[in-house]
Design a protein around this ligand. Structure first.
Ligand code: CA
Length: 246
C-alpha cells in the first residue's frame, strides 16, 4: 500500500458525475488502500476539498455544474500542494493542455484502465515524498537509454552519447519526471534560469538538437534499441514516455 509523507494512507477525492465511472474509481481506489471521497458535482467537490484537503484529486473535466478546467484552476490556487489528475473523454489536445495550464499535474483520457491509473498515482506520490537528490543517486534506465546524473553521462545501448550541458540537463529533467508532462516554463526555470521569463526559442533549439543526437545514437547502435519517446505537448511542454515493455 502507498503511504503519504505523513505515514497515513493517501486520501483521494473523486469528482465525477458519471455513476459507472465514479463507482469504478471509488472501489478501485478503496481496494488499493486510499481513503476515498466521491463527489458528483464540481461545487460538492470544491467544498469537500476545502473541508478536508485530500492528497490527490481525480477530476472529470465534463461536469454538470462547473467547468472542469476552471475547477482545476481554483483547486490549484487554493491548495498548491494538491496532486490534480484530470480525466477527460474529450480527445481534443486543447482540453488537456488547458487543464495542464490550469495547474493539473497529469491527465488520463477515458476510457483508461484502473491498473494504469494506479501506476500513475504511485509514481506521482512516490516522487512527491522522495527528495530529488535521492532520486538522482541511481542512474535512470529507460529501455536502452541510461541517464546517469551523478556521472553526467547518457548512454544508448551502453554507448556514451555526447551531449552539450543544456541538452543533458533537459533530458535529465524529463527523465526525472518520466511519464508526466513538464511545462516549458518549468524546463526554462530548471535548466536555464529560475528567474527566466520571456521567449523560449532556446528551449526549441536545444530540444531539436537533443533529439538529433539521440536519433544518431539510435542509428549507430549495432542492434534494434528501445528508447523512450519525447512527446511534444503543443502549447504546454514535453513528456518523456518510457518505451513499451520488450
Ligand atoms: Ca462527466
Amino acid at each position: 500500500m502507498s503511504t503519504s509523507t505523513a505515514g497515513h494512507p493517501p486520501t483521494a477525492l473523486v469528482i465525477e458525475d458519471d455513476d459507472t465511472i465514479g463507482r469504478h474509481l471509488e472501489s478501485g481506489l478503496r481496494g488499493s488502500g486510499y481513503t476515498t471521497t466521491w463527489c458528483r458535482t464540481g461545487s460538492a467537490g470544491l467544498t469537500a476539498a476545502h473541508d478536508n484537503p485530500p492528497d490527490f484529486v481525480l477530476l472529470d473535466l465534463g461536469l454538470p455544474d462547473l467547468d472542469g478546467i476552471e475547477l482545476a484552476r481554483r483547486l490549484r490556487q487554493d491548495l498548491p500542494d494538491l496532486l490534480i489528475i484530470i480525466l477527460t473523454a474529450r480527445t481534443d489536445e486543447i482540453d488537456v493542455i488547458a487543464g495542464l495550464d490550469a495547474g493539473a499535474d497529469d491527465y488520463l483520457v477515458k476510457p483508461f484502465s484502473m491498473t494504469v491509473l494506479l501506476a500513475r498515482l504511485r509514481a506521482h506520490l512516490r516522487r512527491r515524498s522522495a527528495p530529488e537528490a535521492q532520486q538522482d543517486a541511481e542512474p535512470t534506465q529507460l529501455g536502452d537509454l541510461t541517464v546517469d546524473t551523478a556521472a553526467r553521462r547518457v548512454l544508448v545501448a551502453g554507448e556514451d552519447v555526447p551531449l552539450r550541458a543544456k541538452e543533458f540537463e533537459l533530458l535529465a529533467e524529463l527523465a526525472r519526471h518520466q511519464g508526466s508532462a513538464v511545462s516549458r516554463e518549468t524546463l526554462m526555470a530548471r535548466v536555464w534560469d529560475e528567474n527566466w521569463f520571456g521567449p523560449t526559442k532556446t528551449l526549441d533549439v536545444t530540444m531539436a538538437s537533443l533529439r538529433r543526437r539521440l536519433h544518431t545514437a539510435e542509428a549507430a547502435a549495432m542492434h534494434t534499441v528501445r528508447l523512450p519517446q519525447i512527446i511534444t505537448l503543443r502549447g504546454h511542454g514535453y513528456r518523456l514516455d518510457p518505451p513499451p515493455p520488450a
